[in-house]
Design a protein around this ligand. Structure first.
Ligand code: KIV
Length: 274
């Protein structure tokens, strides 16, 4: 696999720069991170956007859904990532239950994230149902990234992680929501696990960048969960996922080698002691 030339423009990525990238037809790269060390590597590799996703609930905390993660826990992960990042735009997910109740609560959650993590902006799931919350957060000067399609915080309503918006009515609502999110001022939109043709239509119709995950290639950028694309997460293989490493195997081999070295008194050797 060839390695892309690293973007050597070290200026901080802003929401405005993402908008310009879309206008130029330059694709946007986005990946999740949850801790300081990985965020440092991902930022240094030249990632445009780092998402502190509520997928932390799955990959960091071992929950089966994103629902249990708390605002305090998201703030912990967001602060660790923001501390590491010099160039990428840092987006923190508002977790389930921190913005759906009412717009005042949503604003309070978003303000906590911005004050306590030093991230650049927040992401939240949903369209017209959360319009008031988004508007209130935007009024406070906090940039908002939308998220439509398969919205994992609604998994109990969907009942399955299968592709969304295959039916006309759901596709129509998604298109309307995408336009609404643009109109009210979201700076970008994530589309998760929807038909590629529908995602392409949305990306063409709206001016803000559309970042896809399982939404085909005719959008303005792509996002993946870091543990999935690095092959740390072994049990998750949806069609849209491309694995760029097999770290589960590498880590297991390294750990087994260490155990063996300790057991046979090979580690530490004479040079590895004082
Ligand atoms: O939480 C997350 O990682 C996400 C991405 C899948 C877009 O929202």
């Amino acid at each position: 696999m060839s390695v892309a030339k690293r973007d050597d423009d070290m200026r901080k990525v802003t929401t405005h720069r993402l908008f310009e990238m879309k206008q130029r037809g330059e694709k946007i790269s986005m990946l999740t991170a949850y801790d300081y060390s990985m965020a440092t590597l991902i930022d240094q590799a030249g990632m445009d956007v780092i998402l502190v996703g509520d997928s932390a609930s799955n990959v960091m905390a071992g929950n089966t859904t994103t629902l249990p993660i708390t605002l305090d826990q998201m703030i912990y992960h967001g602060r660790s990532v923001a501390k590491a990042v010099k160039r990428a735009l840092v987006v923190v997910d508002l977790p389930f239950g921190s913005y759906q109740g009412n717009s005042k609560e949503a604003l309070a959650s978003a303000i906590r994230v911005m004050k306590e993590t030093h991230a650049d902006c927040i992401k939240l799931e949903g369209g017209s149902e959360v319009r008031e919350s988004i508007e209130r957060i935007l009024c406070a000067g906090i940039p908002v990234m939308g998220h439509l399609g398969l919205t994992p915080q609604s998994i109990n309503k969907f009942g399955t992680y299968t592709v969304r918006a295959r039916e006309e009515a759901e596709a129509q609502k998604l298109v309307e929501d995408a336009h609404l999110l643009e109109e009210i001022g979201c700076f970008a939109l994530v589309l998760e696990k929807i038909p590629a043709a529908l995602a392409a239509r949305v990306a063409k119709e709206i001016r803000i960048p559309v970042i896809g995950i399982g939404a085909g290639g005719d959008v303005d950028g792509q996002v993946l969960v870091m543990h999935d694309m690095l092959g740390i997460n072994q049990g998750f293989s949806p069609r849209f996922l491309r694995r760029y490493a097999n770290l589960a195997e590498d880590i297991t081999h390294a750990v087994q080698q260490y155990i063996e070295d300790v057991k046979r008194c090979d580690f530490p050797n004479e040079k590895e002691q004082y």
